[in-house]
Design a binder for this molecule. Structure first.
Ligand SMILES: N[C@@H](CCC[C@H](N)C(=O)O)C(=O)O
Length: 290
């Protein structure tokens, strides 16, 4: 039987990014891709990412967090999901700062400058083509050779590529709503240039302090918000010298403040997290995958 069967969960969202949080520290057990897909099935709970807290593996960390997309795949990072986990934990324990471990490394999180804001240190971005990863060598990942549409009149082209704990491609456009992301998103997510697939973002630089984005998420599809995409976009724009290192990113579900810190190169993401309801997983959901 799945470790999730009959277990409590919290349905939350990070500016519209649909998140389910499950604390398995009291009942550790593997969560399989089949379990994650069962939760996302029509009889389950609709989500973009499932954040599963497992017992800590390292001293000084609160939990080892595994992050599942609704297609059952795993990710090293989920900025919006982390804020949801942090809010949940802070409300239960009164803590104001914590460290988690994810597959992408250690993440420090703390109470933001207002009681409803949470800050996640998303770590340092990676730009090397093997780290993103890309399937072939690109010496400069500020723009990579990739396009959709006719060769002489591409619809989208020359994205920036960044790893922010997970792979991202950012296409620079004048109007993020002028493109059918449900059509281009899956094509680009699964393009052979991305051996681990990629999150695909359309970004419009409004001015040096403001950027607007829409994201097609690897393993989850079109979402109202993707925190790691906001971080990747901020960093990519600053690298191109088209934006400052502190920017406000507007996503369909709300706004995030991103700072690419001088010195240690870490990216800090600050935003809200909303609690919706609590529930318990029906064991019948997992019967067919037991
Ligand atoms: N919504 C997330 C990113 C989720 C992971 C992504 N789909 C992937 O597989 O890399 C965020 O807020 O960062």
């Amino acid at each position: 039987m799945s470790a999730l069967a009959n277990h409590a969960f919290a349905k939350m969202n990070g500016i519209g990014n649909e998140i389910v949080v499950v604390d398995l520290r009291d009942r550790p057990g593997p969560v399989t891709p089949e379990d994650a897909r069962a939760v996302a099935s029509p009889a389950g709970v609709h989500y973009d990412q499932l954040m599963v807290l497992q017992p800590p593996r390292l001293a000084g960390t609160e939990a080892f967090i595994r992050i599942y997309n609704n297609d059952g795949s795993e990710s090293g990072a989920c900025g919006n999901g982390m804020r949801c986990v942090v809010r949940r934990l802070f409300e239960k324990t009164g803590q104001t700062a914590v460290t988690f471990e994810t597959r992408a490394g250690l993440l420090n999180c703390w109470q933001g400058p207002r009681p409803d804001l949470y800050t996640v240190d998303m770590g340092a971005p990676k730009f090397g083509w093997q780290d993103i990863p890309l399937a072939e060598e690109f010496r400069d990942t500020r723009y990579i050779e990739l396009q959709v549409g006719p060769i002489d009149a591409p619809v989208l082209h020359s994205p920036s590529a960044v790893n922010m704990g997970n792979p991202h491609a950012i296409f620079w456009v004048d109007d993020v709503n002028a493109y059918d992301l449900t059509r281009f998103g899956p094509l680009l997510e699964n393009h052979p240039i991305f051996p681990e697939r990629a999150n695909i973002t359309l970004a419009h630089i409004v001015d040096r302090d403001h950027i607007t984005i829409r994201t097609w998420e690897r393993g989850a599809g079109l979402t109202k918000a993707c925190g790691s995409a906001a971080c990747a976009t901020a960093v990519a724009a600053a690298r191109l010298k088209r934006a400052n290192r502190v920017v406000e990113i507007t996503l369909p579900g709300g706004k995030l403040s991103i700072e690419w810190r001088e010195g240690d190169d870490h990216v800090l993401m600050t935003g809200t997290a909303d609690f919706e309801y609590e529930g318990r997983f029906d064991p019948a959901l997992f019967a067919s995958v037991a």
